[in-house]
Design a protein around this ligand. Structure first.
Ligand code: 2DT
Ligand code: MG
Length: 211
């Protein structure tokens, strides 16, 4: 059905526990059930050597300067670009839980300069769509597992949310904002309908880069 056409790069963004993992899994399952090849990914991708260092940092077994961990998150994306590009060109849609925008949001929330944070993301593959699951962080604290990793504090998440809002307003039409407090099935239905409209459109478009 999609012969000769590339897949779409679809990103989920938002604060911790906003439902990104649930929604990305539902989307991949839906596409696959319709015979549309799609694969899930997430950043940080914790299995590479860099990913293992990031994991030690997030689980608080290692401390690193803010700038260093920021660049490692970015490097972790760069080291997977060929893999993503190849899958897209082979017609698979890649659905990713977090990308460059989490990189900027979390580091800028710590006080690093916004433009400095964004600079190493330039040149990465530009998503065809970003689904931003937006919710007041205070509404997310009662969701499971909140509080186990570095960053999972309401006050900090509030600052992260502000940066995400800024990015959403600056990045424009490929960003789609949702109220993350809505029922899972409602969100899934909206996300599915945007995706189904998007796939035939991007199939013949060249990949772009973040600029
Ligand atoms: P998960 O809870 O989704 O595994 O993320 N983070 C993530 C950054 O600070 N910079 C990044 O570039 C990325 C992709 C967000 C673990 C934490 O890592 C943060 C939460
Ligand atoms: Mg987390």
């Amino acid at each position: 059905m999609n012969a000769g056409k590339r897949g779409a790069l679809i990103i989920f963004e938002g604060c911790d526990r906003s439902g990104k993992s649930t929604q990305s899994q539902l989307l991949v399952a839906l596409l696959n059930s319709k015979g549309i090849p799609a694969l899930p990914m997430n950043f940080p991708e914790r299995s590479s050597i860099i990913g293992q260092v990031i994991n030690s940092y997030l689980t608080n077994s290692k401390d690193l300067p803010d700038e260093v961990i920021h660049l490692m998150f970015s490097t972790n994306r760069w080291e997977h670009m060929n893999y993503i590009k190849q899958n897209l060109h082979e017609g698979r849609t890649v659905v990713v839980d977090r990308y460059s925008f989490s990189g900027v949001a979390y580091s800028a929330a710590k006080g690093l300069d916004f433009d400095w944070c964004y600079a190493p993301e330039r040149g990465l593959i530009k998503p065809d769509a970003v689904f931003y699951l937006r919710a007041p962080p205070a509404d997310l604290t009662n969701r499971t597992q909140y509080g186990e990793e570095r960053y999972e504090k309401v006050e900090f998440q509030g600052r992260v949310a502000k940066v995400f809002d800024r990015i959403c307003s600056e990045q424009g039409s490929y960003w789609h904002q949702f109220d993350a407090t809505k029922p899972v099935e409602d969100l899934h239905a909206q996300i599915a309908s945007i995706t189904e409209e998007l796939l035939p459109k991007v199939g013949t478009q060249p990949l772009e880069m973040l600029s």
